[in-house]
Design a binder for this molecule. Sequence first.
Ligand code: C2E
Ligand code: CA
Ligand code: CA
Length: 704
Amino acid sequence: MSLDAPYTLISRSIFDTTRDGVIITDADNRIVDVNPAFTHSTGYRREEVLGNTPSLLSSGRHDAAFFQGMWRALDEEGHWQGEIWDRRKNGEIYLELLTINVIKDERGCVQRYVAVFTDIHQLRQALAKMDQLAHFDGLTELPNRGLFAKRLEQAIDSARHGNELLALALLDMDGFKATNDRHGRLAGDQLLLQIAQRLKQVTRAGDTLARLGGDEFGLFLTGLANMDALERAIARILALCSAPYQVADQTHRLSASLGVTVFPFDSADAETLLRHADQAMYQAKQAGGNGYHLFDAPQDQAVQSRRQLIERLGQAIAGDELELHYQPKVNLRSGKVIGLEALLRWRHPELGLLLPDTFLPHAEHSEVIDSLGEKVIHMALEQATAWQAAGLNISISVNIGARQLQREDFLECLRGCLAEFPALPPGTLELEILESAAIGNTQHVRNLIEACRSLGIRFALDDFGTGYASLTYLREIPADVLKIDQSFIHDILDSADALTLVEGAIGLATAFRRVIVAEGVENAEQGVLLMRLGCDIAQGNGIAPAMHASQIPAWVKFYRPDPQWVLWADTHWEMSDFPLLVAQYDHLKWVKRLMLYVEGASLTLTDAELTDHRSCRFGHWYYGHGTIRYGHLPEFRALEPIHQQVHQIGPEIVALRAGQGAEQARLRFRDLLVLKDKILLHLADLQRAVADRSVAQDGLASAN
Ligand code: C2E
Ligand code: CA
Ligand code: CA
């Protein structure tokens, strides 16, 4: 053993197996040992580097002052941490996060330097990809809603200084949905690409065209001389959009509805302008489509209703109309319930139970939001105390709005609130802040987090991945927890991009030693995949929706994790078994689509997907990857006849629905459900067989 004598067996095994590279040097900075991860990262074998100094890895990107700073920190403080560019044996330059510690003997003489590094090159690449995904639409590659809003803000600024007109137009296609339903998604995508192409012709430097979602586009035009110029531009857009489209061999006819508002006549911020243009678009639609409507600022009704809403919300806060509902967070691997997120609800006497999205955004810039924020914390602590008295000790996370976070007296309020509930153990309260709210004011947020830590309060960065994720920024915000945004989890089984992104986020959290939580987990397969990727904590409707406080104790008591999670918990399955997981999900989706059709929706399966057992996504897996990997297993072969039956019954159901109606189709559908359950049972058998096999292999590996 080459490691120094005092190393225990345990540290030896960490040294050998950690994914972090380790370099140990002597007092003269000569390398005395490196671990396998070092070789993996740098390409240098151990024998090649022993006796050398680490400058062997130097990339030449850092100047002498950089290294002087490093040595000074090592001399004075005994450790150093930072990002550093190094060079691999193959010449490639890469970025690493490096921590160096000095080990001294009893007399204070340097014995060893221990440097541990995490290769963050791939993380950076994943981040760049995240950035692209977060700001651009995947299909048209146009900016998305978030980026559009940001650019609009800048455009308003410069229009204000230059005394220019700035027109904001929101555009929604008429008849797109029907075409999409009739001709399928592929044709729909082609159409959207053509629309984007046409709209680009109208833009000039300084303008921005964005896809805001579905068939909705946003466009702002800068440098307009007068309203005549604007009218000409609008006429051109309408003409371009209504010219015939050619997709494959078919001609399609569509048109556009435009809502337009003009700065500075409508002198508001970006968010309000967007809302105004949206209202105007709605009116253009109401007028029958293929036209535009100009927002009329003085007649704005919305301003009125917003004021009313804020006033009404103020009464709700003072009265008793607000409640918190609680959504559990669980550890998928251990099956433990580890906390609750408090989510605000407004029990409105006339309108019923309102979700926060219906009222919070309108109140965001008003003062009621301040008292609301305080009230929410108070309600959560009160509830936690009640639960504690009843024997349920559980942590609660509370969402903090951007404005609340910026308040000077935030910390003071928090202290006051906590003091009212002295029985609560520290660590009960966690605060969730939006990535976008934290970024504007990193210094303030950093101080706040540190001050709160001494009060036993943890911080989570919410909706992680949707904002401005960057390494520097993550380092500056010492939040304990990162919550991956639900949009990524939603697509994780369907989209390679989403998968890459989630992998990137998990890698990042690991490198920065943060806890990672996945939100919006809706089915068991997503959970299995998350565990495999290294994210064990999850929240979502697939586990439990947000519930009234009275339901929580019983839920916690009777909660049992999904059998699939139990099955996979101790298994380190390989990424190559991932399609097996997706197959199950695909089959369920197929059955669901048929069910929706029976219940009156249009059929979203192609003819081949419906009738041919080799052409559905499950079939693709079964006769491709599945056969190659599991073809020898009886559990796998048992699936084939059942799946073939599925594709006999499926077309029958469709025919029944079209001919005799929903009732007959529903009857036959029951037989399909029986088959579905059989498939799930066999898949579970197969998964168990695969899991046993990999446990056996793990056993073999550790015995070797
Ligand atoms: P959030 O913090 O991202 O909260 C998660 C939202 O996702 C909740 O919506 C939750 O009900 C929903 N959700 C959870 N699991 C699933 C799932 O599996 N699928 C889907 N589709 N959705 C799921 P909710 O309650 O409507 O809250 C919306 C947002 O309002 C929250 O997003 C949060 O940003 C904000 N909010 C909620 N309560 C408060 C509050 O007390 N104060 C502040 N400032 N904001 C709040
Ligand atoms: Ca949240
Ligand atoms: Ca969230």
